[in-house]
Design a protein around this ligand. Structure first.
Ligand code: AMP
Length: 401
């Protein structure tokens, strides 16, 4: 069974085609700069096999539909040896960012589901519209395939009311559905399941704290396999310090900036999402550059690292209190998988809570699930590579039954 996974953004589409019999990747691709004069298409056929082939093109791609058409042309080209025609694909799994309160699990896409995703646009104005575009194009291009939506928010729908409510006038929840939703759910669920299988346990028997540290960052408290709290909120801005997003700030910052700095709400929103976080503190949002600058004596780079890892540690403490018993902490995503310094600083001083890293193993980059804690650590610490595309393909396969 072949499943295509599509992650459709405002000006780009990422895709991966899986052979589910062995979960191998037949092709992966990125179509960028849709709508610009010079669109970019990159497609890797049979990646990481002896037959790997990379195809790159620069040409006008007027819209998502024409972008996906080019991708299908590449995949069905007899020279590529991937598929003979689009009907070889059994299902298309779509990443959809915001499922609001409507979707608790991956869902076959019907007209009603499309309408519900559309209704959630005010909650994710930048993400849900291009996600919808991707679905419409795929319905057209793969009429025989099942279309399945996998929501970033779905895993967190088990969070209880005392954790998802903000202490705001209740009407804002009733009328506007303003509450915590959480994101990165597919990644948190995937690494939690991988961690359970590494530990030889059932996920529903485990309490875990997965920490997703990439350009976007979030942490989740998982009790008996279900999300009970997470750091991202109504939008993907709350919580940890991210590449360019602030994470938690005093909500009065908005009023202060409006009254005293003449900023309007759009520029404040832009600043908090695009000019804050690590970048706001030191001008760089890539952790590799920050380490280079720290080595060169840049104090602001050091401050950015300290602020991010302190915030991480504070939330680990909060989730230890939320969960009581914790079986494992899991680091994942670009920083979480590669950066032993961030992992060590995040867990610094937590030895009295039974969290002890093995300094030698923790110095390694994580290529596959790796136990990072020492044998005397009561709480295990794992590094587990996330794979959201494979997670979406697996979810789609489950929905197909
Ligand atoms: P992601 O969003 O998961 O793709 O993560 C992207 C981020 O991971 C980059 O912005 C970097 O900050 C970080 N990153 C990637 N590779 C490394 C590395 N080798 N060491 C430290 N950080 C890294």
């Amino acid at each position: 069974m072949k499943i295509l996974v599509i992650n459709s953004g405002s000006s780009s589409i990422k895709f991966q085609l899986f052979e589910m019999a062995d979960e191998s990747v037949l092709a992966s691709g990125l179509i960028e700069r849709i709508g610009e004069k010079k669109g970019h298409i990159k497609c890797i056929l049979h990646p990481e096999t002896g037959k790997e082939r990379i195809i790159k093109r620069v040409e006008l791609i007027v819209d998502h539909k024409s972008g996906m058409h080019r991708a299908v042309d590449i995949l069905t080209d007899p020279d590529s040896g991937v598929i003979s025609n689009s009907s070889d694909i059994s299902a298309v799994g779509h990443r959809v960012v915001h499922g609001g309160e409507t979707f608790h699990q991956p869902t076959p896409i019907t007209d009603d589901v499309l309408a519900a995703i559309e209704k959630n646009i005010p909650l994710a104005p930048l993400h849900n519209p291009p996600n919808l575009d991707g679905i419409l194009v795929a319905r057209d291009l793969f009429p025989g395939a099942a279309q399945i939506a996998v929501f970033d928010t779905a895993f967190h729908q088990s969070i209880p009311p005392h954790a998802y409510h903000y202490a705001l006038p209740y009407e804002l929840y009733e009328k506007q559905r303003i509450r915590k939703y959480g994101f990165h759910g597919t990644s948190h669920k995937y690494v939690a399941s991988e961690c359970a299988s590494q530990m030889g346990k059932l996920l529903e028997d485990l309490n875990l704290i997965p920490i997703h540290l990439g350009n976007g960052c979030s942490m989740t408290a998982i009790k008996n396999g279900r999300s009970v709290d997470t750091t991202l909120g109504l939008t993907p801005l709350e919580g940890l310090v991210m590449g360019t997003r602030s994470g938690d700030v005093d909500p009065a910052v908005h009023a202060y900036l409006a009254r005293n700095c003449g900023m309007d709400i759009d520029s404040i929103d832009m600043m908090l999402n695009k000019e804050s976080g690590l970048k706001g503190l030191c001008g760089m949002n890539d952790m590799r550059d920050i380490h280079d600058q720290i080595a060169a004596g840049n104090e602001r780079a050091r401050l950015a690292l300290e602020v991010q890892t302190y915030r991480n540690r504070k939330y680990v403490g909060a989730y230890l209190a939320v969960l009581g018993r914790v079986d494992a902490i899991v680091f994942t995503a670009g920083i979480g998988e590669n950066d032993g310094v961030v992992r060590a600083k995040t867990l610094e001083g937590l030895e009295p809570f039974g969290i002890i890293l093995d300094p030698v193993v923790n110095n390694q980059r994580v290529r596959e699930p790796l136990l990072l804690s020492s044998t005397e650590s009561r709480i295990q610490v794992w590094g587990i590579p996330t794979n959201e595309e494979l997670a979406i393909a697996r979810e789609a396969k489950i929905v197909l039954g």
